[in-house]
Design a protein. Structure first.
Length: 255
């Protein structure tokens, strides 16, 4: 396997895997016979270099919910999934369950290649996790930052954010997300503390009251008042220029 190529994992039969490999010679394509085999492999991934940039899956066994199983496995690792199927009626269901794209068989080679490259390009953007359970505010943050440079994930629960932090703790610092956490309606400070404990995560705390000193003393790199959210892009740009913080002294996570 060539280390300078991105990895694409395909859940399908050997013939389909071989066909996709010929269409995508600039990627490392690996095949899995079923969702269970894929899930097992994902749980063994120890670094960003080993992880797939994209998963492509058939939905060949609809009764067993192959496509849904793949989407559920990939969701835990924030890996985009393209579902391919000859059954157009399942498209909405797959998109609603998190598929990055649905492609109907048969498709042209050029359509398939362009969609794969578009999905991978999107995920190459800097990941930004918005830890906030206020949809209007989350949407405003996304609007201010724009989606040209960032790939947003909104997490509306602090405990879920902490579990996801642990999952990506072994990633290279460059691939770790920037985190914007709220401390008014969520326990955003617990997210800051865990990110600081692991190291490599840049965290910005947002609040509707001035808690800058508390936020920074707990490891946040910056603080922004909700009333100043229109300058969030400036704050993010400044934070991204700084080195990612090392793990808290004596608290580094074991890998």
């Amino acid at each position: 396997m060539e280390s300078n190529k991105k990895n694409i994992w395909v859940v399908s039969d050997e013939q389909v895997v071989t066909f996709i490999s010929t269409l995508l010679p600039h990627y490392n394509v690996m095949g899995f016979a079923n969702p269970t085999a894929l899930d097992s492999a994902l749980k063994k991934v120890r670094s960003a270099a080993e992880a797939p940039s994209l998963i492509i899956s058939d939905n060949t066994n609809e009764k067993k919910g192959d496509g849904i199983q793949v989407l559920n496995s990939a969701k835990d690792f924030r890996i985009p999934v393209i579902i391919q199927s000859g059954d157009d009626y399942i498209k909405d269901q797959m998109i609603e369950n998190g598929a990055a794209y649905f492609i109907k068989k048969p498709y042209s080679n050029s359509e398939f290649i362009s969609k794969v490259e578009a999905v991978i390009e999107t995920t190459a953007k800097k990941p930004v996790w918005i830890v906030n359970n206020n949809p209007a505010l989350s949407n405003k943050m996304k609007e201010v930052l724009g989606d040209q440079k960032y790939n947003f994930v909104v997490i509306d629960d602090a405990k879920a954010a902490i579990e996801l932090l642990k999952r990506v703790a072994g990633n290279d610092d460059a691939k770790k997300p920037l985190i914007i956490a709220d401390i008014n309606t969520l326990d955003g400070m617990s997210v800051v503390k865990m990110a600081n404990k692991i190291g490599g995560f840049r965290v910005i705390i947002e609040s509707n009251s001035n808690a800058e000193s508390v936020a920074k003393s707990n490891g946040a790199m910056e603080f922004i008042l909700r009333s100043e959210i229109n300058r969030l892009d400036e704050v993010v740009d400044e934070v991204l220029k700084r080195p990612a913080p090392s793990p808290s002294k004596g608290m580094a996570m074991s890998k």
